[in-house]
Ligand binder design. Structure first.
Ligand code: GTP
Ligand code: MG
Ligand code: ZN
Ligand code: ZN
Length: 483
């Protein structure tokens, strides 16, 4: 009887104590769990994905990571408390037994209920705060994407020839590298570097003014988030490629820019000084030095105009002609994957019947060269198709200007295709007709120097590569016209 009385009284007391104990144990577990999650100062997702040397914003990834971690941790705290109570069940005291049993049930039921209520309120608060932030992020991101797409913005490393969207940027204060300086968890318009320096992370905010390096080779990138126009100049050795590039730069600087009210600039002062010296001697009739055939020289020129959506950066690629003697060599040139146009420079002195139209000049006759121009073009086109995986039946969509150079040596004034036909080089015209969707033949004389020698070619190729260059003579699809 006594035992029954003590069971009833102690049991009831135990149940009451269990309810109170259980309530206090689980009431705060959500807040303890939140405190634990919140104290880790970075989001695991951001760290794994980006790991940038900058302070992370709470309301981007971390708030939802904290939300789910808090919920999971609160559940674990409750389970832990239930388990800890289990060890006290081996007791003969009715009070303890009922206190523990009730405590476990309360923690389980009430704990889950409190967790669900807390996580819902937590989610609501976090979402209300995050919504305008995500909306702003979305607007900024769309603005950036639009600018990049519309302006065809990108970067090309003049050293390793890799093309990328944006380079790595360097903090102006501490020199830390920001590999992904874009709107995101570190900030939408600006971010705070670890050194506390605030740096822009959008193009519209002026990110391009920061010092940049190539993500692949680490070389300096000075392209300022412009629109690259990559045009390799291709041709056998001594055909006049380097001379053509010099003439082109001169034409751009001295004629076309004035005519069109463009602003022409070199990449930097060093490059500018080097090119200017070469251009000066070229103008005096001194031919360029033979180009290295193991290294691609890149000539960069900025073109800007108030009419352009974005500043353009021209890349003329030049390499010693011997480089093209092997298809394997051509295939190693990364830039053929992303070029906007092609310029072939062909020397008629390589053509079998070249002597027919040569001016009566013995010194020129000695310069006929034993290069098979057909093999050269076949090899190059095949490599280009391989690199860009273009089926033989499909036309190559890269516009190609074919410059028949050194015409000053020939007494011929008619259309350039007729000249080629009379030279028995009909097959040469056919090669371009069968392979290129857009191409045009030009005759050209680079010596003696004349300001506008390369002008027509430049205007045509630029007009083909970008619709913002409004030139009257824009060629039509598949046109074969002489100048
Ligand atoms: N007469 C005449 N000579 C030219 C013309 N263009 C180039 N040359 C000469 O051709 C030679 C080769 O010119 P480059 O510009 O060095 O030729 P390249 O294709 O760059 O040669 P590599 O660097 O060896 O591949 C030079 O001696 C130039 O003077 C031209 O229009 N007329
Ligand atoms: Mg050269
Ligand atoms: Zn810094
Ligand atoms: Zn590089």
């Amino acid at each position: 009887m006594l035992d029954f009385i003590s069971l009833v009284f102690l049991g009831i007391a135990g149940i009451i104590a269990g309810i109170v104990y259980g309530f206090f144990k689980c009431a705060l577990s959500y807040f303890k769990a939140f405190n634990y999650s919140f104290n880790r100062k970075y989001s695991l997702k951001t760290k794994a994905k980006l790991g940038e040397p900058a302070a992370e914003k709470y309301f981007f990834n971390k708030q939802y990571e904290d939300l789910s971690n808090t919920y999971e941790s609160a559940k674990s705290i409750n389970s832990g408390n239930i388990l800890m109570l289990k060890s006290q069940l081996n007791t003969k005291s009715y009070f303890t037994y009922y206190r523990v049993k009730t405590g476990q049930k309360v923690i389980y039921i009430l704990g889950n209920l409190i967790n669900v209520i807390c996580v819902s309120i937590h989610f609501l608060i976090v979402t209300i705060i995050s919504m305008p932030i995500y909306l702003f992020y979305f607007i900024v991101l769309c603005g950036e994407k639009f600018k990049f797409k519309r302006g065809k913005i990108g970067g090309v490393c003049p050293r390793c020839l890799t093309r990328f969207d944006i380079p790595y940027y360097i903090c102006p204060k501490c020199g830390r590298i920001h590999k992904m300086l874009t709107p995101g968890p570190y900030g939408i318009i600006k971010r705070r570097c670890k050194c506390k320096e605030v740096i822009p992370c959008t193009n519209l905010g002026g990110r391009f003014k920061l010092k940049a390096i190539c993500p692949v080779c680490g070389g300096d990138i000075e392209s300022r988030e412009s629109s690259p126009l990559c045009i390799p100049v291709v041709g056998p050795g001594s055909s006049g490629k380097t001379s053509f590039i010099y003439s082109t730069i001169n034409t751009l600087r001295d004629c076309i820019s004035r005519e069109r009210k463009w602003n022409i600039e070199f990449l930097n002062e060093n490059c500018g000084d080097k090119i200017k010296k070469s251009l000066e001697s070229f103008k005096k009739g001194i031919p360029p030095e033979k180009s290295d055939n193991s290294h691609t020289e890149v000539y960069n020129i900025f073109i800007n105009s108030s009419r352009f959506f974005n500043e353009k950066l021209l890349y003329f690629y030049d390499i010693g002609g011997e480089y093209f003697n092997s298809r394997a060599n051509i295939r190693t040139q990364k830039h053929y994957k992303y070029i906007e146009g092609l310029i072939f420079v062909i020397d008629p002195l390589c053509m079998a019947r070249g002597e027919k139209y040569i001016k009566k000049n013995e010194s020129v006759k000695g310069r006929f060269r034993d290069i098979n121009i057909h093999d050269f073009i076949d090899r190059f086109i095949l490599a280009l198709r391989e690199i860009n995986q273009i089926q033989p039946k499909k036309l190559i969509t890269i516009p190609a200007a074919i410059v028949i150079n050194k015409m000053d040596l020939f007494g011929y004034n008619g259309p350039i295709e007729d000249f080629l036909r009379e030279m028995g080089e009909d097959a040469l015209i056919k090669k371009f007709e069968y392979n290129f969707a857009s191409y045009k033949f030009f005759s050209c004389s680079l010596f003696p120097y004349e300001e506008t020698a390369a002008a027509e070619v430049v205007k045509w190729i630029l007009g083909e590569t970008n619709s913002e260059f409004e030139f009257l003579e824009k060629g039509k699809h598949g046109s074969v016209r002489s100048v």
